[in-house]
Design a protein around this ligand. Structure first.
Ligand code: RB5
Length: 173
């Protein structure tokens, strides 16, 4: 596993734009998301936060999808999303073609979903981990490079699943 801490962006540039991070959550993740967003900004990451702003109940698929679409189009390099468990919003994000999102509750998984799965989104369970744990997980995720090599083939196979599904003939109703 390699980390890329030294290339952490601190000033706006074309290269840094490739490392832009988008954050979203449902109501359960608002507080922890705001803390992580602030810390990312403090540490010089190019990031954006698409809400929600307050604790009023919202539907996690709306916010998971919104962040995932911004990653899938290349507007942002990575997405970090939150809901109560991290699970529902992860499921929504993974429905967007090109998104590879995993839920992590500890640092090693965050390293490995980057190193082995080339994950482009990270999901966190706001009701399951502390803000400090969340920060360590986010940092590990954002600073680990994809190992490539044999993992390329497997990641391509994941992408092949959605391509095959989209090619399947529709049955008439
Ligand atoms: C909201 O109460 C909760 O269901 C949501 O945050 C998340 O845990 C779903 O997976």
């Amino acid at each position: 596993m390699r980390t890329v801490k030294s290339s952490r962006p601190s000033v706006a540039s074309e290269e840094n734009d490739n490392l832009r991070v988008i954050l979203s959550s449902d109501h359960a993740g608002v507080e922890i998301r705001k803390l992580i967003f602030q810390r990312l900004q403090d540490e010089g990451w190019q990031c954006n936060d698409i809400g929600p702003e307050d604790l009023e109940s919202v539907d996690y698929p709306v916010f998971g999808r919104a962040a995932a679409e911004k990653v899938a189009t290349g507007e942002y390099r990575f997405g970090v999303i939150f809901c109560g468990t991290g699970q529902g919003i992860m499921m929504a994000a993974n429905k967007v073609t090109g998104i590879r999102c995993g839920v992590c509750s500890e640092v090693l998984s965050a390293h490995l979903i980057r190193a082995h799965n080339d994950a482009n989104m990270l999901s966190l369970g706001a009701r399951l981990i502390t803000a400090e744990q969340a920060w360590e997980i986010v940092e590990a995720f954002l600073t680990t490079e994809f190992d490539g090599d044999r993992h390329h083939r497997r990641v391509n196979m994941i992408e092949g699943v959605s391509k095959d599904q989209n090619r399947r003939p529709r049955t008439k109703s």
